[in-house]
Design a protein around this ligand. Structure first.
Ligand SMILES: [Cu+2]
Length: 204
């Protein structure tokens, strides 16, 4: 599968939004931090070179999806291109002279959708919306505290995440049980994101 070179740019953008650009630099914040932004279903990107494409959030190229309403992070990375999407019920575009990163919520119906840059005829592509096509997959971090390591591994993989670094520490939890996980349960992340685990050595 072809990987999307700009996915690191996206990650940085999301982290920037999530990590509290709003919070840093202010003396005091009242109330809980803002919720993290929703992980987009897709990334639609044009530029900065003569490239245009549509991808899943993990950078894999997207070609076929089921009908539905989706969140799309658009990256128009050049002042020379736009991103123009047309198809059943949809006609949306970014501006040519601006670099912009809008989030679109779009309802796709069965049929063929076309995307292009309105300046460069060679920058174009299509994807198909069809009943029965595989939906986008995300990592939904499960709660594995108290599980054995074997069970935690299974559940993390079933949730389309990956097992990250495993370490051990003393705790009140029974020896061999998961005493800490990072990130915490309930987060929705890019498919294959690593969940780090700390296994209890039993009370010290
Ligand atoms: Cu262009």
């Amino acid at each position: 599968m072809k990987r999307f070179a700009v996915s690191f740019v996206l990650s940085a953008t999301l982290l920037g939004l999530a990590g509290g650009c709003l919070v840093e630099g202010r003396a005091r914040v009242v109330g809980p931090p803002p919720p993290p932004p929703q992980l987009p279903d897709f990334i639609f990107s044009s530029g900065p070179a003569q490239t245009i494409g549509v991808y899943y959030a993990d950078g894999r190229r997207m070609t076929r999806i089921p009908p539905g309403t989706y969140t799309i992070q658009v990256h128009d990375l050049s002042t020379a291109h736009d991103f123009h999407l047309t198809g059943p019920g949809v006609d949306k575009r970014t501006s040519i002279p601006d670099i912009e990163h809008p989030i679109w919520t779009v309802t796709f119906k069965p049929g063929t959708y076309r995307f292009k840059c309105d300046v460069h005829a060679a920058m174009k592509g299509t994807f198909v919306v069809a009943v029965g096509a595989p939906p986008p997959v995300k990592c939904h971090v499960p709660r594995v505290l108290g599980n054995t390591l074997a069970k935690a591994r299974r559940r993390i993989r079933l949730a389309h995440c990956a097992v990250g670094r495993i370490s051990r520490a003393h705790s009140k939890r029974r020896r061999g049980r998961i005493m800490r996980q990072t990130p915490r349960a309930g987060r929705t992340l890019v498919r294959g994101s690593r969940v780090r685990l700390v296994v209890s050595r039993g009370p010290g």
